[in-house]
Design a protein around this ligand. Structure first.
Ligand SMILES: Cc1ncc(COP(=O)(O)O)c(C=O)c1O
Length: 460
């Protein structure tokens, strides 16, 4: 391949981009009359016209309405079929309705009966042992969402350390966890734009630093008031920001030196392999949290901690973790979601499945990289196992702040619509593509082809 590194980068004309967005919006409307009608008619009594307000995030003015989904494919109510690289923003990383989970859910709900009983089932012990094999933490408890797994891990961390604050990374996302909505700015920490009805100013509960900046982390932890660092081992909610060599070892050393706990949120970074980044990179956090896809799309989450911390919390007479102490959920650990977790981990998101998913993601990433090089587009693509994402900057961002500065909502809208109009679905919040066990090399190549056409039209 010729060396193009010295050639000037291609320029995107904003006027052309605006024209193309208008054209793609019109195509979108013409391809989805039934979705448009459903949105108009069905939305009257829905807040924001949708069942959950983030569903407004789809480009095109109204969301697609789902008809059916299977594996890596999804069909809307207008009969359009899509290769689904969004996969429910990771909730469906096991693929849509995998057969083993269907069978387990039917067996539990229809044959045996009893989804929610406040009684344990034997599946729970199996799932906990499997999570231990994968992530190392030895004692597990279940939730219904990753948000709750994080919320409860933070409560336990404060209880265990008797310290009030948590530390997060700028532009992280850990679900609707109050403490996490703080960003680092040159003028000091600021509540994140749009933070809805915050119970208290997050500066009272939280310290924040940029990812890949060990010096700032050391300084903030030296205050001695941080119970836990809550982190994704690689940021995945502001593009993908990978840790620089040695950075995660510094985080572990600094948290130990300053006496605070380290929580790895593996909800998205699970894409790195069967035990997420924790296993892939041999990390040793004190707690692990996870959710979204671990029950094949049925609501479930989990948090795990070391035996030592488990003993401490169980022996703590001032911690009510059984009744109304702030850690709980009536439906958490219910028989249905635990059965679905077991089926997903035992039969779907297996060690072998990850090998296949990651090979497809390698192909996807190489395809995007070729397009960027051939078209001389000054963008970058970053892969984390079965997940990849492009970002509108020439070099991979080092921190959440750097990545946020590369955001370009118009380019996002154009690419999302262009791909959507040609049968390819990316995650609406960003340019993330995820592979499930049924995503094929052909699917990755289909994306490359359409992405190349989108780039060619953009450059005119
Ligand atoms: C890293 C991470 N943790 C936790 C969550 C929360 O997941 P949920 O909204 O399913 O509770 C998210 C959601 O995007 C996430 O990206």
């Amino acid at each position: 391949m010729p060396d193009r590194s010295t050639e000037p980068a291609a320029q995107v004309s904003r006027a052309r981009l605006a024209e193309l967005i208008t054209r793609e919006q019109a195509t979108y409307r013409s391809r989805h009359p039934r979705s448009a009608e459903a949105f108009g008619a069905g939305g009257t009594h829905l807040l924001g016209g949708v069942p959950m307000t983030w569903m407004r995030m789809w480009s095109g003015g109204f969301p697609l309405y789902l008809d059916s989904a299977s594996g890596a494919r999804l069909t809307d109510i207008d009969g359009n079929e899509f290769i689904d690289f969004c996969l429910g923003d990771t909730g469906a990383m096991a693929g849509h309705s995998p057969a083993a989970v269907q069978a387990a859910v039917m067996h539990r709900y229809a044959d045996l009966g009893g989804a929610t009983t406040m009684l344990p089932t034997k599946d729970a012990g199996w799932v906990a042992a499997e999570l231990t094999r994968r992530f190392g933490a030895t004692h597990w408890s279940f939730t219904l969402t990753a948000t709750d797994a994080n919320r409860w891990a933070l409560r336990l961390a404060r209880q265990l350390t008797r310290r009030p604050r948590v530390l997060v990374f700028s532009f992280c996302y850990h679900g609707s966890v109050d403490e996490a909505f703080l960003v680092a700015t040159p003028g000091g920490p600021q509540t994140r734009d749009g933070n809805v009805g915050a119970p208290v100013d997050p500066r009272e509960t939280t310290r924040v630093v940029e990812f890949n900046d060990a010096e700032s982390l050391d300084r903030e932890l030296a205050s001695g008031d941080v119970a836990a660092v809550l982190m994704e081992p690689a940021l995945t909610n502001i593009g993908i920001v990978l840790p620089e060599p040695g950075y995660l070892a510094s985080v572990r050393a600094l948290t130990r030196r300053h006496g605070c706990l380290l929580i790895n949120d593996e909800t998205h970074t699970f894409s790195a392999g069967p035990g997420g980044c924790t296993r892939a990179w041999q990390l040793a956090p004190d707690m692990v949290t996870i959710g979204k896809c671990i029950a094949g799309g049925i609501p479930a989450g989990a948090f795990g901690l070391s035996a030592e911390l488990a003993d401490q919390i169980l022996a703590d007479k001032s911690a009510d973790i059984i009744d109304s102490g702030g850690v709980g959920g009536t439906l958490a650990g219910n028989a249905l979601s635990v059965a679905a977790m077991r089926a997903t981990l035992e039969h779907v998101l297996t060690d072998a499945a990850f090998d296949g998913m990651i090979s497809v993601a390698d192909r996807y990433t190489a395809g995007v990289r070729d397009v960027l090089a051939n078209r001389k587009l000054p963008w970058t693509v970053t892969q984390l196992g079965a997940r990849a994402e492009y970002r509108f900057c020439a070099h991979p961002p080092r921190s959440g702040g750097e990545s946020a500065a590369a955001a370009d909502p118009d380019l996002d809208e154009y690419l999302h619509l262009y791909l959507l109009n040609r049968g390819i679905l990316l995650t609406p919040f960003h340019n993330m593509a995820l592979m499930c066990p049924e995503t094929t090399m052909g699917d990755a190549d289909a994306h490359t082809e359409v992405f190349d056409q989108a780039a060619a039209e953009l450059l005119g």
